[in-house]
Design a protein around this ligand. Structure first.
Ligand SMILES: [Zn+2]
Length: 320
């Protein structure tokens, strides 16, 4: 069965790992991939998924102890057009469009105006962001690893994406801007992705990324997870699993990017839920009726930016 990394159940991933005989060997001692500290708290394995979360006591990064191979993930992600279109249906178009517009306006102020500005979107999906970038005067380019995304981007937005991960591209040092909307947490090796992105940028070019953040909701979920020794894991399983392999803090993000050679411009926690609320609650295991009832008051909070700040927005530069 073809599925998608964002909505795949843990069982899908376990089936994948069994099929591919994924290694579950944990390298000792554990090391934080953001700040390289070995001062790591190992939380109890989830009884439902068997997954183990490492918490860095230095920078606060929470990350999965075990990672799949990139090739195995790429295979899982290679969903077809109709599956991808179904996924897009479940997202909040208005929230996504207004976030895209805000980010593009800020990027324009950072790299200047003019039609020669180039922007590369990593994991560009159906290409809605790149289409808006093109409307605002950027020269758009991007990649994806799902055939369905490549097809939809062409069909809906007339954008031709590269098929494959960044390491397969030869466009070194060509772009004014590189963007990643919720891509970093999806890859097994975030350092490699960030280094590849740095190479795509011209000197002085800007990286924008959005990635899920360790929030108050996660702290509460982890407390339940710990006190029940991995039995009560509804939140931790949803928020930190093979579809989101790392949750950053502003400190871990800053440390990670500076270590790789970026100059930080800003790192800001934001409220941004791109899935419909009822679907999001459903993914936390809330029944459909209850999810529909709960969605209304939560939507009210979201409208006023009062729900958990679930992501961080990051702007950083490749030094001159
Ligand atoms: Zn760390």
């Amino acid at each position: 069965m073809r599925t998608n990394i964002v909505t795949a159940t843990v069982d899908d991933f376990h089936a994948l790992s069994r099929r591919n005989k994924m290694t579950t060997e944990v390298v000792a001692p554990p090391r934080c991939q953001a700040c390289l500290s070995t001062d790591i708290q190992v939380h109890p394995a989830s009884r439902r998924t068997g997954l183990v979360i490492h918490e860095c006591r230095g920078c606060g990064l929470h990350a999965l102890a075990e990672r799949p191979e990139l090739d195995d993930l790429v295979e899982l992600l290679d969903v077809d057009r109709d599956w991808f279109a179904g996924w897009v249906e479940r997202t909040r178009g208005d929230v996504i469009d207004s976030s895209h517009a805000q980010v593009l306006d800020r990027l324009a102020t950072m790299v200047g105006t003019g039609d020669d500005r180039s922007l590369f979107d990593v994991g560009a999906g159906e290409g809605g962001f790149l289409a808006m970038a093109r409307d605002k005067g950027f020269r758009p380019a991007g990649n994806d690893v799902a055939t369905g995304a490549i097809d939809l981007a062409r069909e809906r937005n007339g954008i031709e994406l590269f098929m494959g991960d960044l390491s397969t591209l030869g466009d070194i040092g060509q772009y004014d801007v590189v963007t990643m909307w919720c891509v970093l947490a999806h890859v097994p090796d975030g350092n490699r992705l960030l280094s590849d992105a740095l190479e795509l940028l011209k000197p002085g070019g800007v990286l924008y990324l959005q990635t899920p953040r360790w929030s108050a909701m996660d702290t509460a979920g982890m407390a339940a997870h710990d006190v029940t020794k991995g039995r009560s894991t509804r939140i931790t399983d949803r928020r930190l699993a093979l579809h989101h392999m790392a949750l950053h803090t502003p400190t871990s993000m800053r440390t990670n990017l500076e270590r790789l050679g970026y100059e930080i411009v800003s790192i800001e926690p934001k409220v941004r839920y791109s899935l419909n609320t009822a679907d999001y609650l459903g993914s936390l295991g809330v029944g459909q009726k209850a999810a529909e009832r709960l969605a209304k008051p939560i939507d009210k909070l979201l409208e006023r930016d009062l729900f958990f700040r679930n992501v961080i927005d990051v702007y950083a530069r490749r030094p001159h």
